[in-house]
Design a protein around this ligand. Sequence first.
Ligand code: NI
Length: 389
Amino acid sequence: MPVINRIAEFHDAMTEWRRDIHAHPETAFEETRTSDIVANLLEEFGMEVHRGLATTGVVGTLKAGTSDHRVGLRADLDALHIHEKNTFDHRSQNDGKMHACGHDGHTTMLLGAAKYLAETKNFDGTIHFIFQPAEENEGGGRVMIEDGLFDLFPCDEIYGMHNAPGIEVGKFAVREGPFLAAFDIFEITVTGIGTHAAMPDRGIDPMIPAAQIILGLQAIPSRETSPLNAAVVSVTQVHGGDTWNVIPDTVVLRGTCRWFDKEVRDLLEPAMKRIADGIAAAHRCSAELRYERRYPATVNTPEHTGFAAGVAENLVGAGNVDRDFQPDMGSEDFAFMLEEKPGCYILIGNGPEEGGCLLHNPHYDFNDEVLPLGASYWARLAESALSKS
Ligand code: NI
């Protein structure tokens, strides 16, 4: 694989870091051990290190030359609440937690680049290596920004990378504009009057409207939003009742919405409320909607996407970089950073999905073969963005 020779020399060290982090997964805002490892290594590389943004965030800063141009490179530190089913030596030692999204690999690739760039300093400007907590669900990227990330570490452009099972090792995929969807969550509480299940007429059954609301919500993406403008409404939880012969007072529905276009989001919430209220009222119940906006859409700026794709092409050849990869309804909190700064989020192939190597699967493992390529991409990206010319 075409990688920077010096980086290939520490492939073994990177593999060791990656497996150590994999064996000790930590979840949102509790990544203290991982944060220690990252901070210690960055210091060892001779970098200025700042800790504590979003509790466990780490930022390493490297300067060379005289240019005032500043680039941010970002990796995520956190694991998921999944019980790992792998049996290899570096499997999770923290029961119920697992690096099933490859953030162990992301952290390691950025550390590899940091080591190389600190050694060679073949650039003119400032690089901020941003290691963020809590990418999964909890928006650690947003919290770092709220804690002053870009005030303390101003960046003219910002880049992120995620591994992608299903894309061959040695390939990259990217797209300008909206790349990953926004992520909202909702909860609908349907309230009636509980009663004996044998005498439903004595109370008001919330089950019937709850069932119809689940179906009714699907009319939003199929009838109300444009077929050309993606929207997903998924009910993922139904909670109500405790036993066979009691109709409960309430049924709670929960789920998630995904979209790219803010116009769609602005339509979803009132439409959900109207359908929930209307169906509940038709059955003498009431409905209460709680709608929470979580992550915005991940939108790559065209200029920086072209630049990042060019860097990847210089490494692996134009045929191995898909510049027009299909957008995904998954979500990513790097979106918050891209709302603040122009930049690009790219995918790096993690190899076949066979054997359960899908993201968030209990058999997943980051592919260590990818480490030197990912680190080389980061290094070349920084050197090119801060070129000495
Ligand atoms: Ni992830």
